[in-house]
Design a protein around this ligand. Structure first.
Ligand code: NAD
Ligand code: ZN
Ligand code: ZN
Length: 337
């Protein structure tokens, strides 16, 4: 199989041939057709986070394609099924979090494109229980971004507990954020968007965002507090520290901010305001298999659609350069054949 592989953190990926993995009894082998490029993949190969990925690494956790082989215990998937392999490669299924419906925070979880080889490849091995089928009317390219960017923001919006008619702020309108805006609107929320790039704000306006703020030029929390009395909820996907503080300062009493973006920095929040306003700060990590099915259903009925352009596996290093420079609008999806 052909892969784009990271052999040393901080170095460019190389294109290589590797032996196609053997299918274990509980696995399936997916012939990858498309694979979205998430900013997490860039953090992974740069070594940005305290826990480092397993090297050598084939990144990618938005890989989608066709099942071409299944293990002998797999009776719920068949050759020819169209599936995606999400970030949650597998979980233990037995711990208090798995049993309680929060499998994404299972301490024994494996991650596609981080602890296991992922979708930047012509073939990808997966734990059959954790892949998700793609609705018939979604193309591979349209489905790929839902497997991380879509499900992650949909789940984070649910975590904010904002009800229809409530105000939510989406901080960072990149691959994740542009889908967050669409989910929020489909869920009946009123949306404020914050980015440092006017092109990304314009995209959010097209989806129906009511208030657009360029966080590099305008005083974000002052505008939000003055114009709408603060946010009921916020989803912060930006890859910088400042928007996290802006979000905190924009939350109204009793509201919730869901932290999703993963800049390698710390966030200092004032204890006084947290207590007096009873502000909830929660982390939100991707979504469960059920969240993923629901997120795909929104796409299947046309309520959300990723804005994407396609590229080749061989283009990955240039794509990462563009991502670092903040030059990507929507998602780039690798078309793999
Ligand atoms: P992206 O590069 O496509 O988008 C990032 C966006 O943030 C861009 O639009 C950029 O203009 C904007 N931005 C940068 N600095 C900003 C600032 N100061 N204020 C406002 N906006 C700013 O990245 P992505 O693929 O959408 O991923 C975003 C982040 O989410 C990454 O850190 C990624 O690792 C993380 N992530 C987390 C999860 C999770 O489960 N929690 C899942 C996927 C991705
Ligand atoms: Zn991702
Ligand atoms: Zn578990």
């Amino acid at each position: 199989m052909k892969v784009a592989i990271c052999e040393k953190l901080g170095e460019k990926l190389t294109i290589k041939e590797l032996p196609t993995p053997k299918v274990g009894d509980n696995d399936c082998l997916v012939k990858i057709k498309a694979s979205g490029v998430c900013h997490t993949d860039l953090h992974a190969v740069t070594g940005d986070w305290p826990i480092k990925p397993v090297l050598p690494l084939v990144p990618g956790h938005e890989g989608v394609g066709e099942v071409i082989e299944v293990g002998k215990n797999v009776d719920f998937l068949k050759v020819g099924d169209r599936v995606g392999v999400p970030w949650l490669y597998s979980a233990c299924g037995r711990c208090e979090w798995c049993v309680g419906g929060r499998e994404t925070i299972c301490p024994f979880a494996q991650y596609s494109g981080y602890t296991k080889n992922g979708g930047y490849a012509t073939h990808c091995l997966a734990d059959a229980k954790y892949v998700c089928k793609i609705p018939e009317n979604l193309s591979y390219e349209a489905a790929a971004p839902i497997f991380c960017a879509g499900v992650t923001t949909y789940k984070a919006l649910k975590q904010t507990k904002v009800i229809p008619g409530g105000w939510v702020g989406i901080f960072g309108i990149g691959g994740l954020g542009h889908l967050a805006v669409q989910y929020a609107i489909a869920m009946g929320m009123k949306v404020v968007v914050i980015d440092i790039d006017d092109k990304k704000l314009a995209l959010a306006k097209k989806y129906g965002a009511s208030l657009l703020i360029n966080g590099a030029k305008e005083p974000t929390s002052e505008i939000i507090n003055k114009k709408i009395g603060g946010l009921n909820g916020a989803v912060v996907t930006a890859v910088a520290k400042k928007p996290f503080l802006d979000a905190f300062n924009s939350i109204r009493n009793g509201g919730t901010m869901a932290c999703v973006g993963l800049p390698p920095e710390n966030m200092e929040v004032p204890i006084f305001d947290t207590v007096l306003k009873e502000i909830n700060i929660t982390g939100s990590l991707v979504g469960t298999r059920l969240d993923l099915q629901e997120a795909l259903d929104f796409a299947a009925i046309g309520k959300v659609a990723a804005e994407f352009s396609t590229a080749k596996l061989e283009d990955i290093n240039e794509i990462f350069d563009k991502m670092k420079a903040g030059e990507i609008t929507g998602r780039i999806v690798l078309k793999i054949d």
